[in-house]
Design a protein around this ligand. Structure first.
Ligand SMILES: Nc1nc2c(ncn2[C@@H]2O[C@H](COP(=O)(O)OP(=O)(O)OP(=O)(O)O)[C@@H](O)[C@H]2O)c(=O)[nH]1
Ligand SMILES: [K+]
Ligand SMILES: [Mg+2]
Length: 564
């Protein structure tokens, strides 16, 4: 049962006054206890607002999860009308935006939404109240096409009447459009002259101006079409370069993270309702036993859930921005050869001279569908000149920051001092072959297997677990890629089921929420406990874009291209 505007009107007529009530939804065992109290009209203002928010579903509709019953509606209305008189009146509309104004809304924007340059088809779109007028002006004397149906039209310049192109046009009347506003799309032939002709023609229509980067998406956010996490998912999808990144971005665009946060926020709202009801009505006998215990147990469950996701947070961020894989080893082991092999391009200089690589050389690569930032480093050895020494220092620093170390040794030169030293100082401490340890991840690769005597399958059974490889012949590469894939999957998580926190912003708010829950548990006073719950819920709502700041929005939308 949806609570629409006319229900509110009916509620108002039905009962303007109510002394105490209990709202229950059998379907979800959602129990709301509240009402007016003798303490005056202000007491339940916050509760009314919380209730409204708690009942709002992802599209801003009110009361989707509440089974209809007359007394509940009456009570709800009392709370709502009281809340509405408060300083921050909730909106009682059936479609609710993010609460942020669309910057420059009122203007109609247009942009080329497909890529720049010569192409078969280019898509130009508009959003805003003058979209219909713009579409009519360019397709005159024809009228608007039916909504959301592609129609072939002759486009001409409204000033000169000069034909520009024969194009497919689409009309999306708001609110059923990407931005929630009236939108039009022109699928024109992708020649630069056609595109610039149509853009100029649109610019000549009164009320239209070129769009800023990300402005279409920003309007979609402002009109409640996308939550902030969905916007981030969209930005990531546009920038996704590997399959795993695409999967993760799509899940975020589908609103999974937002849904999760809203579910958590709902739990907090319930807990808060219980605590506030206790504050308001503890003297009444009507109040159910164990109301506070219920709030405590909800908070405990939430803490566990948040903890699980926070532990996973680094993985989601790695998947978004790439895992740091550092190739290290003694000089001449074939580190640069391996980097070139994995990145399929000549990133580093390879030479028989030990000490060839000096600086850290970074290259982004797609390894088995995972984004990786691969670093080649100087060979680790002592007693060298100042330049190489600096290279060794940088290599060691990079090793400390690695998500995964690809340790490379020359299989035919394991007894050399540099090899032994590397084994003792890097490989053994990292706990290679010790999967239970929480130590840094490391894959040990014995390169130049082609130099080993023929027929010897594993000449070094006493070493920590390792892979044999020949960069020269390519033997062992498939095995190495398989092992890398496993390591990366562990580092980045499975993008189709794994972690959802893709940005440090997400981690920050979840941690803030968890900290506030800690304060809730320690609070000796119920008012402080309620406040801690409000702070916790504020973090969740800022995560999805409710009550955040304009600066965060600016940062997020800056990443978008014009036309998106
Ligand atoms: N036989 C054989 N030679 C190899 C193999 N991989 C690399 N090499 C040779 O080993 C030498 C050193 O290779 P690099 O890739 O420069 O080694 P590196 O570890 O980067 O060396 P530094 O940067 O000097 O520390 C070159 O002459 C390579 O051609 C291999 O699998 N088999
Ligand atoms: K070398
Ligand atoms: Mg090198």
């Amino acid at each position: 049962m949806l609570l629409e505007e006319h229900h509110f009107t009916a509620l108002q007529r039905a009962s303007p006054r109510l002394l105490s009530l209990s709202l229950a939804s059998r379907s979800e065992d959602l129990r709301w206890i509240g009402g007016t109290s003798s303490k005056g009209p202000n007491d339940n203002r916050q509760f009314g607002r919380d209730l409204l928010r708690g009942l709002a579903d992802p599209h801003g509709r009110v009361g989707r999860r509440v089974a209809g019953c007359e007394s509940m509606w009456r009570g709800l209305w009392t709370l709502v009308s009281r809340a509405a008189r408060g300083p921050h009146s909730p909106r009682l509309c059936t479609r609710q935006g993010s609460g942020y104004p669309a910057p420059g809304s009122g203007a109609t924007i247009f942009a080329l939404s497909s890529g720049q340059g010569r192409c078969g088809i280019a898509v130009i779109r508009t959003s805003g109240p003058a979209s219909g007028h713009a579409l009519r002006s360019l397709t005159a004397p024809r009228d608007l096409p039916p909504a959301r149906k592609a129609c072939l039209r002759l486009l001409s310049d409204p000033r000169s009447g000069e034909p520009l192109d024969r194009a497919l046009v689409l009309w999306f009347p708001g609110p059923q459009s990407f931005t929630g506003e009236d939108c039009a799309e022109f699928h024109v032939h992708g020649g630069p002259a056609v595109v610039s002709g149509v853009l100029q023609a649109l610019g000549s229509v009164p009320g239209l101006r070129p769009a800023e980067a990300g402005e279409f998406t920003r309007r979609a956010f402002a009109h409640g079409k996308l939550s902030l996490t969905e916007v981030e998912g969209l930005a990531d999808l546009i920038h996704a370069e590997t399959e795993a990144q695409r999967r993760q971005a799509l899940r975020q665009l589908d609103g999974e993270l937002g849904d999760l946060c809203r579910g958590w926020a709902e739990t907090l709202t319930k807990a808060l309702a219980h605590v506030e009801a206790y504050i308001d009505f503890s003297e009444d006998d009507n109040l159910e036993e164990g109301v506070l215990d219920q709030a405590d147990s909800e908070v405990r469950k939430l803490e566990v859930a948040l903890g699980v996701h926070l532990r996973d947070a680094r993985r989601g961020q790695r998947l978004r921005s790439g895992a740091h894989v550092v190739v290290a080893g003694p000089p001449n082991a074939g580190k640069s050869s391996l980097v070139n092999l994995l990145s399929r391009k000549p990133v580093s200089i390879v030479s028989p001279e030990p000490g060839t690589t000096r600086d850290v050389l970074e290259t982004p690569v797609d390894l088995a569908g995972f984004p990786v930032l691969l670093s080649d480093t100087a060979g680790l050895r002592e007693g060298v000149g100042p330049v190489e020494q600096e290279g060794v220092r940088r290599a060691q620093k990079r090793l400390e920051q690695a998500d995964l170390i690809l340790a490379v040794l020359d299989a035919s030169d394991l007894a050399s001092p540099a090899s032994c030293n590397f084994l003792d100082t890097v490989v053994i401490p990292a706990g290679a072959g010790n999967p239970s340890g929480n130590s840094q991840r490391l894959l040990l690769v014995l390169n130049k297997s082609d130099l080993l005597p023929a027929g010897c399958s594993d000449p070094h059974p006493d070493l920590p677990s390792h892979l044999l490889l020949s960069c020269l012949t390519g033997e062992g590469l498939d095995g190495l890629l398989e092992a890398l894939k496993k390591e990366l999957a562990a580092l980045c998580g499975d993008p189709s089921t794994g972690p959802l926190l893709t940005r440090s912003r997400h981690q920050h708010h979840l941690q803030g929420c968890l900290d506030a829950l800690g304060q809730y548990k320690q609070a000796r006073d119920l008012a402080l406990a309620a406040e801690a719950l409000r702070v916790a819920r504020g973090h969740l709502s800022r995560l999805t874009g409710g009550g955040g700041t304009e600066e965060i929005l600016d940062i997020i939308f800056r990443d978008f291209c014009v036309g998106k």
